[in-house]
Design a protein around this ligand. Structure first.
Ligand code: FES
Ligand SMILES: [Fe+2]
Length: 441
């Protein structure tokens, strides 16, 4: 195979990084099964025995609340002959996991609890003290503001080091609650994308595509908004969610991206989310009471649309949305679309962000469907012999680098993709290039 370092150039990448099985296998081993991976929110497992299953890379895992209140992340595999211990997506397993095959049972922290007819093992090397007798744990588990992550690598950077500046995703989400917390909405949309995971991550901060890809939706919503205003009505905020997609290229070009080390990034805010209706005023007043005016304004005034935690999370913190990728194959990516409820706010404020969940992010929307179609067509295009390279030349050399952070001087700069591939090269073991700079610090 061509050395990976030669597949990723500063301004273009070879198509095989989206299509090649061997490269995908290396991504799983070097990235997804090593970095801190999002497992879920602590509110998904409130009580002892509550569990939620997920994949980290190719590994089936169980996030479970143990009897001592700690959250554990265990491999979903019986130590006896390998049967998965939890077959459901989520539930409560009581005070133990019990295997459906031969009834070995395990404490909620994974330790062996009991084996039927245990004398059958007398004299063998399978003793209860043998770690092979217990469920295996993820090497490391940690939480940030209620969001649970695990790493299958015993060593490496801490969760906070991994998140870096992208931790603002979780701060911004929680800080918008008067009590500083969110809880999961227990309905998750799941979409199997027929495309490589990288298309999604690139697309999230791609400000060049919305006014093309989502034009018909945006224009139609804007038409309704105008008609309502003309007849003296105030259009609900959810029309604004859609009509902003049809903003002009110039408007999109003014929305800056900030690109951090490790591929993380921010698309700054472009939607007005502070209408003057009574529900919003009541909410702002509650924030003032909780934090004081200055702090509340800082929390409510952050300019964020998306925060990316590379290589698998897209967090829309102002509207409490989180999308998580679980790559399955070079051309298959499972995406989980989660929504969170701000604690301590009125149902009206909750409904407002629920509208965004259903209107923009759910698989049934007019918005997400257009993105999904593009990514599938991109996959098919790159699987063809119609060309070898993918272009990321837009605004190349025109971005600003300051202390390792790349600021796009143009919102539509492909700095986002160039930055993600710098991180990708590092993870995959290829030597990264120097960060391009027009004003290097
Ligand atoms: S495979 Fe689980 S008890 Fe036998
Ligand atoms: Fe889109």
């Amino acid at each position: 195979m061509v050395p990976i370092a030669e597949l990723v150039e500063p301004d273009r990448v070879h198509r095989s990084v989206y299509t090649d099985q061997a490269i995908f296998d290396r991504e799983i081993a070097s990235i997804f099964e090593r970095v801190w991976v999002y497992c879920g929110h602590e509110s998904q497992v409130r009580n002892p025995g509550d569990y939620h299953t997920l994949h980290i890379g190719r590994q089936p895992m169980i996030m479970v609340r143990a009897l001592d209140g700690a959250i554990r992340v265990l491999y979903n595999r019986c130590p006896h002959r390998g049967v998965q211990l939890c077959a459901n997506r989520s539930g409560n397993t009581g005070s133990a996991f019990v295997c459906s095959y031969h009834a070995w049972s395990f404490h909620l922290d994974g330790r062996i609890r009991g084996i039927p007819l245990p004398h059958g093992y007398d004299g063998t090397r399978l003793t209860p003290e043998n770690p092979d007798c217990s469920m295996k744990s993820a090497a490391r588990v940690d939480r940030y503001r209620g969001f649970v992550f695990a790493s299958l690598a015993a060593e490496g950077e801490s969760l906070l080091e991994f998140l870096g500046d992208a931790r603002i995703a979780f701060d911004d989400m929680c800080d918008r609650s008067p009590v500083g917390e969110v809880e999961v909405v227990p309905v998750c949309h799941r979409v199997m994308q027929h495309s490589n995971w990288k298309f999604f991550m690139e697309n999230q901060l791609d400000a060049l595509h919305p006014s093309v890809t989502h034009q018909s939706t945006g224009v139609a919503a804007a038409r309704v908004e105008r008609a309502m205003k003309a007849s003296g009505q105030t259009p609900p905020l959810h029309y604004h969610y859609l009509s902003t997609f049809a903003s002009s290229f110039d408007q999109w070009d003014s929305v800056q991206t900030i690109n951090f080390p490790r591929g993380h990034g921010i698309l700054k805010g472009y939607m007005g989310l502070r209408p003057k209706d009574p529900d919003t005023q009541e909410y702002v007043a509650a924030m003032y009471r909780a934090y004081g005016a200055a702090q509340a304004e800082e929390f409510l005034g952050r300019s964020i649309h998306h925060v990316l935690v590379y290589p698998y999370l897209s967090v829309q913190s102002p509207l409490q949305q989180l999308r998580c990728l679980r790559p399955v194959a070079p051309n298959r990516t499972l995406s989980e679309i989660w929504h969170f409820r701000l604690k301590g706010v009125s149902p009206a404020i909750y409904r407002r962000s629920l509208w965004y969940f259903n209107l923009v992010n759910s698989p049934a929307t007019m918005v997400n469907a257009d993105d999904l179609e593009n990514w599938a067509k991109a996959q098919w295009g790159l699987e063809s012999d119609g060309g070898e390279w993918v272009s990321f030349h837009r605004n190349y050399g025109g971005d600003t680098v300051d202390h390792g952070i790349v600021y796009s001087n143009k919102g539509t700069s492909e700095a986002v993709m160039r930055n993600q591939f710098e991180a990708w090269k590092r993870y995959i073991g290829a030597r990264p290039g120097p960060r391009e700079s027009s004003a290097a610090a």
